[in-house]
Design a protein around this ligand. Structure first.
Ligand code: BTN
Length: 318
């Protein structure tokens, strides 16, 4: 109901009387007043003037599930959105929901995480109200060997969404860091549950620094605000990401992974660069030449040999 009232206030030009709202929304004036109180508690500023009625003054910079879902034109992504104030990690919550059999596309986001995690056991700094920290559950019919496709797809969707809400042109560092001028803006973490070789569900976690100032960022990181010199409405950014994720996920399900690859390559910060890659087997240097069909990175070593890496930490050399 809150969602309908907000939509109504947004569409109204100027003040709208309690009487008119009560008729148009088919509820008592007392019920409208109660909803107004709840909306104010959610951070909406709503003016109320005797004989004139109500007017929406500002919306909060808080993530609210009905705000995120309103106007979201998706069939899968965000059909259910859960917002938590503070959580250890949205990965844990989403994983728990995945185990309980939640709908595909269920999204869990948090205003802050006390133990946000990244790849390779690293921490993900999650200052309150400053970023988007969320995880979603997918149930693709994919063998384990194709899992990297989901990560590449998510990186493409994220880069595209960032570009659509800003003037920024983010690049993707293999496998899934989103960079702006070599500073990390966002990261993606994929965890899964599988039985024998078949994926049961996948949890993809995205951390995007949106309105963090420099002092709130770890060294080497950036935020949309730092890069663009202006703050962003996190709900708008979130909606753009969910829309874009759905678009690219559907392409992947329709067997159009080649399109994901093409887009990934056109946004790559890694290909054609000299890199150093570290993994459990050691460190190698060479030229990043291509991706294979499973999303592994192909590196040409100085002796001409091509080496394939499915995981690792890349450092781009000058
Ligand atoms: C990385 O770059 O290493 C991946 C970072 C992923 C961070 C996100 S924030 C939301 C979700 N919850 C977590 O604990 N991690 C992911």
């Amino acid at each position: 109901m809150q969602e309908r009232i907000i939509q109504f206030l947004k569409e109204s030009d100027g003040y709208i009387s309690g009487e008119e709202m009560s008729q148009r929304l088919n509820m008592s004036r007392a019920a409208i007043w109660k909803h107004m109180q709840e909306l104010r508690a959610d951070g909406y500023e709503i003016a109320a003037v005797p004989h004139l009625g109500y007017q929406l003054v500002t919306c909060p910079d808080k993530l609210i599930s009905y705000e995120i879902q309103s106007g979201l034109n998706t069939k899968i992504m965000g059909k259910k959105v859960i917002v938590i104030d503070t959580v250890t990690s949205t990965m844990d919550e989403a994983f728990r929901l995945g185990m309980e059999g939640c709908l595909e596309g269920t999204v869990v986001c948090a205003e802050a995480q006390s133990k946000g995690r990244g790849r390779l056991g690293r921490a993900w700094t999650s200052p309150k109200f400053k970023g988007l920290y969320f995880s979603f559950v997918l149930r693709p019919n994919l063998p384990l060997s194709r899992l990297a496709q989901l990560t590449l797809m998510s990186a493409v969707a994220l880069a595209e969404a960032i570009e659509s809400v800003s003037e920024l042109k983010p690049l993707i560092k293999w496998p899934n860091d989103i960079l702006l001028e070599e500073h990390k803006l966002a990261g993606i973490l994929t965890e899964l549950r599988a039985e024998s070789d078949q994926v049961q569900f996948v949890v993809v976690g995205i951390g995007l620094n949106v309105n963090s100032s420099l002092h709130q960022l770890t060294p080497g990181a950036s935020s949309l605000k730092v890069a663009a010199g202006q703050s962003f409405n996190r709900t708008n950014v979130f909606q753009a990401i969910l829309q874009s994720l759905e678009k690219w996920y559907l392409r992947l399900l329709q067997g159009e992974f080649f399109q994901v690859m093409d887009e990934w390559k056109s946004r790559s910060a890694t290909l054609k660069r000299r890199i150093r890659i570290t993994d459990a087997t050691g460190i190698i240097e060479g030229q990043a030449v291509d991706l294979d069909e499973d999303g592994a990175l192909l590196i040409r070593r100085d002796n001409g040999l091509i080496v394939k890496k499915s995981a690792g930490d890349v450092f781009i050399l000058r």
